[in-house]
Design a protein. Sequence first.
Length: 278
Amino acid sequence: MPIEIDLSGRVALVTGGSRGLGRADALTLARAGADVVIADIQVESDESTETAESYGVLAQVAKAQGIVYTEATAQEIQALGRRSAAIKCDVTDREQVRDTVSRVVEEFGSVDILVNNAGTLDHVGQFHDQNPELWERDLRVNLTGGFNCAQAVWPHMKEKGWGRIVNMASVAGTLGGFGQASYSTTKAGIIGLTKTLAMEGGRHGITCNAIVPGIIGTEAFHFANPAMNERIANRTVFKRPGEPEDIANAICFLCSDLAGYITGIELYVSGGVELFVF
């Protein structure tokens, strides 16, 4: 009998789903049968202008170039026959997060899966040049944002006796990242949060795992310096970047009943880049 991942009847909330990894995660979960709500600080129909200090340079570039697909992704999911919605939500705002989760539960009946994908990746500079304000911003988005979302869904999963939380970490959080002090620190922190939630969630049927991506061919990857991208890609076993679907497929498995006895792990989806650190 073939083994299949079937998420029919599950409701997933994916943060940071306007593009890149989050968009791939949302579509893959839907193809596996889940209803998916996409929460992002950017949605196409929002015509307000925000400063780079608020959203970050990558978000501003994405908006300027029309690389924001929050509502479009929700429509693609609906075309698959699944329920979906796109919600503007700032994960650093606890009230917005609570309201988003309440809306998901009210309109979709439950929240069974949380993919904590929202994050910032544009604060680059050696330690002595790290900007304290951007350090604080990265902590709020990458680490506290994940805490806010997990805490909001926790009572609903606990009441149901079933839940899947997947946090997006990074090899920068396990290996360090040159010029990425704030990013590396937040991703190391999310791994610690993952393990704690796994320990506390098990008795309630909640698993929590972290995905540890390496270099992945998202829009952000293509914004970066090509020579640097090639150098990092050559550190992998496969000598190439991964694809967003590589991350999404791993998440889909961790959210399924097939992974019911897996919790608290750091799952590397990195092309073996961590194998070549001497």
